[in-house]
Design a protein around this ligand. Sequence first.
Ligand code: COA
Length: 170
Amino acid sequence: MDSHLDDQLIIRRLDRMHASACAALHATGFLHPWAEAEFESLLLAPEVCGGGLFLPDAMGQSVLIGFVLSRHAADEAEILTIVMAPSHRGRGHSNALLQAHIEAVAHIGATCLFLEVDVDNAPARALYGRHGFEKVGERKGYYRRPDGSRSTALVLRRNFVSAPDSGKSK
Ligand SMILES: CC(C)(COP(=O)(O)OP(=O)(O)OC[C@H]1O[C@@H](n2cnc3c(N)ncnc32)[C@H](O)[C@@H]1OP(=O)(O)O)[C@@H](O)C(=O)NCCC(=O)NCCS
């Protein structure tokens, strides 16, 4: 079901038809982008849940400007990726997208949500911190930087002990 954030922004569940748009957006946010075929198989997998943020363009066509994917197994879920189009970053859109996704994942039975984030990724860490994710581990040397050096992945978890709220208060 669509969720309207305002008159224009809509959060909608993703399906395989969005694989190409996901691949294009993913390439704007990551050094090692995933191929369209990878997104297609992820979006076809029953254990994968995808939420997209759509905005109408000048012609009124709905354009994907951000998305989040997670995979669930038993009562745990893991965020596989989240990305916002560069021209739409810093406006709180990812806060809204992630909050809707947390609610969707909790709704399908997950009791906690894991993810990995580069210790150097300040915007992503701010986003996850705002939504109550806490560090439960780290993987040193997990990511490769453009210069060939390595950075640490933080493993974060958010437990759903009660109904998901609207994020941690500041
Ligand atoms: C991470 C990402 C999805 C955040 O998207 P966004 O739409 O710009 O985020 P929002 O505007 O909703 O802001 C989320 C929080 O991050 C903070 N933030 C945004 N940009 C920031 C920056 N450059 N430095 C520090 N904090 C930042 C915001 O202040 C906000 O925190 P607040 O609600 O406590 O004020 C986006 O930067 C992105 O697509 N990055 C590339 C892909 C990526 O790194 N994904 C995460 C992989 S783990």
